[in-house]
Design a protein around this ligand. Structure first.
Ligand code: PGA
Length: 259
């Protein structure tokens, strides 16, 4: 049985106060007091400047909520102006990082090779680990041209080739069709399930047990109204939520859909 993961991707939104309040309110809504623990994992990915604030808030309320970055640099340190290293994330108590979000690929030109390098760097650090969530998905043009599976296969293969299949024991995957991100248009549960099943089938060519155990989240206009049906699909193990994660009540409702 795969434990579900519900992740909030705040993108370039939020503030220090919002990060702090969100953690304490969400913890109250989901965990009650005293903390009983959750039947699924909850992750908050605020913008870089608020990672420390979010981590401290989690610690302060003794919550099981995890904190993640939206991207990370593949190098240990050096002259990379504006970038953030894995060591810096570890220093802030950050336990996850998105890798290869479609906005990073499209707006900042991250290639499959660069995404693979970031993934390799993430799975290479331990004590504490920073778990990558590998994001992949097709554009509307690619879907219309019948290329969804070939695009996904290529995005996945570049990471498997660079990191090895065993690395997926320390990682999660998010399928996010680009046409469903921030558009209000959600993939139907059947459309999403079919791609999730395909991703698992691709992984199983290398390792059946890993294909079976890896979590595959769905992202793209997940909302309180569609979350339960999406999460009930056989190969959907949670969600990566953008817009609907900026409001704590709406995000809490999505989390509860995983119960
Ligand atoms: P959305 O974003 O929920 O606003 O569609 C999802 C994402 O980009 O992770």
């Amino acid at each position: 049985m795969r434990r579900k993961l519900i992740a909030a991707n705040w993108k370039m939104h939020g503030s220090s106060a919002m990060a702090q309040n969100f953690v304490s309110e969400l913890s109250l809504m989901l965990e009650k007091s005293p903390v009983k623990g959750l039947a699924y994992d909850v992750l908050l990915c605020p913008a870089m400047p608020y990672l420390g604030v979010a981590s401290s808030a989690v610690e302060k309320c003794g919550s099981a909520i995890k904190v993640g970055a939206q991207t990370v640099n593949e190098f240990e340190q050096g002259a990379y102006t504006g970038e953030t290293s894995l060591g810096m994330l570890q220093d802030l108590g950050v336990q996850y990082s998105l890798v290869g979000h479609s906005e990073r690929r499209e707006i900042y030109g991250e290639t499959n090779e660069l995404v693979a390098a970031k993934f390799v760097a993430c799975v290479g650090v331990t004590d504490p680990a920073v778990r990558p969530i590998l994001c992949m998905g097709e554009t509307i043009e690619q879907r219309k041209a019948g290329q969804t599976e070939s695009v996904i296969a290529e995005q996945l293969a570049s990471v498997i080739n660079a990191a090895g299949i065993e690395a997926f024991a320390k990682a999660d995957i998010a399928y996010e069709p680009v046409w469903a991100i921030g558009t209000g248009e959600t993939a139907t549960p059947a459309q999403a399930q079919s791609v999730h099943q395909f991703i698992r089938a691709e992984l199983s060519k290398k390792s059946e047990s890993l294909a079976d155990s890896v979590r595959i989240l769905y992202g793209g206009s997940v909302k309180p109204v569609n979350a339960a049906e999406l999460f009930s699909q056989q190969d959907i193990d949670g969600g990566l939520v953008g817009g609907a994660s900026l409001d704590v009540e709406s995000f809490a409702a999505i989390c509860k859909a995983a119960e």
